[in-house]
Write a protein that binds this ligand. Structure first.
Ligand SMILES: Cc1cc2nc3c(=O)[nH]c(=O)nc-3n(C[C@H](O)[C@H](O)[C@H](O)COP(=O)(O)O)c2cc1C
Length: 205
């Protein structure tokens, strides 16, 4: 089993990276493969709604997004971590996630998701909600923890003092492993639930 971790921080040794290490240790102990990706200082532009992907099932821009889509397809779970910027997720990360989820056509159904927001002081719950929306529009169950997944710290490494945040991350990782295994077994035993042709409505009559 494999988990893809997308770290939306530009800081290589930032607090989000410390959280990644905390999660990774749990996964590796349980023999779950971890595929790490960090945005760092890469220029990831936003979606321009060209709908090239409708026909080609990939994004028109040839940056990391199409490669990440393949890595996501191969994974049983996806973790997204963002530093909080002005009460919201990092802008480059949102650009990446919009294009990743919009342009890829493989089923994300029953891949397990988990999101974390890292801040100095405020904006973590809004960011947590923002990130979870990518999962809940994709029929992805969410691995939850003992709190709304956050971590606190300003300068690099300060999150190490947030014992509760790091403990919660370990709990989420263990819950995620349980869910991924349970879903794998359930798929074999029961198959996937019945689905329906999409009714794509809007509100202009
Ligand atoms: C542009 C910018 C905006 C920020 N906005 C907030 C904010 O709204 N709330 C907050 O608590 N911290 C804010 N911060 C602080 C970061 O969230 C905090 O330093 C966090 O630890 C960064 O995570 P990282 O080390 O993984 O990059 C901001 C930092 C930057 C650079």
């Amino acid at each position: 089993m494999k988990v893809l971790i997308i770290n939306g921080s530009p800081r290589i040794k930032g607090n989000s990276s410390t959280l990644v290490k905390e999660l990774e240790a749990v996964f590796l102990k349980e023999n779950i493969e971890v595929d790490n990706y960090q945005i760092a200082s890469k220029a990831i532009r936003g979606c321009m709604a060209c709908n090239y992907c409708y026909e080609h099932h990939e994004c028109v821009f040839k940056d990391d997004v199409n490669d990440l889509a393949k890595r996501f397809q191969e994974s049983d779970g996806l973790i997204v971590i963002s530093p909080v910027y002005y009460g919201s997720a990092n802008g480059s990360l949102i650009s990446l996630l919009d294009r990743l989820f919009y342009s890829s056509s493989f089923s994300k159904k029953f891949k397990v998701g988990a999101a974390f927001a890292i801040a100095r002081r405020a904006g973590t719950t809004a960011t947590f909600d923002e990130l979870n929306k990518y999962f809940t529009i994709s029929q992805m169950p969410i691995a939850s923890g003992r709190y709304w997944n956050n971590g606190f710290g300003r300068s690099e490494g300060q999150i190490n003092q947030d014992e509760e945040g790091l403990q919660n991350a370990r709990i989420v990782a263990r819950n995620m492993i349980f869910l991924m295994k349970a879903i794998k077994d359930a798929k074999e035993k029961y198959g996937l639930p019945e689905t329906e042709e999409i009714k794509f409505t809007h509100f202009i009559k």
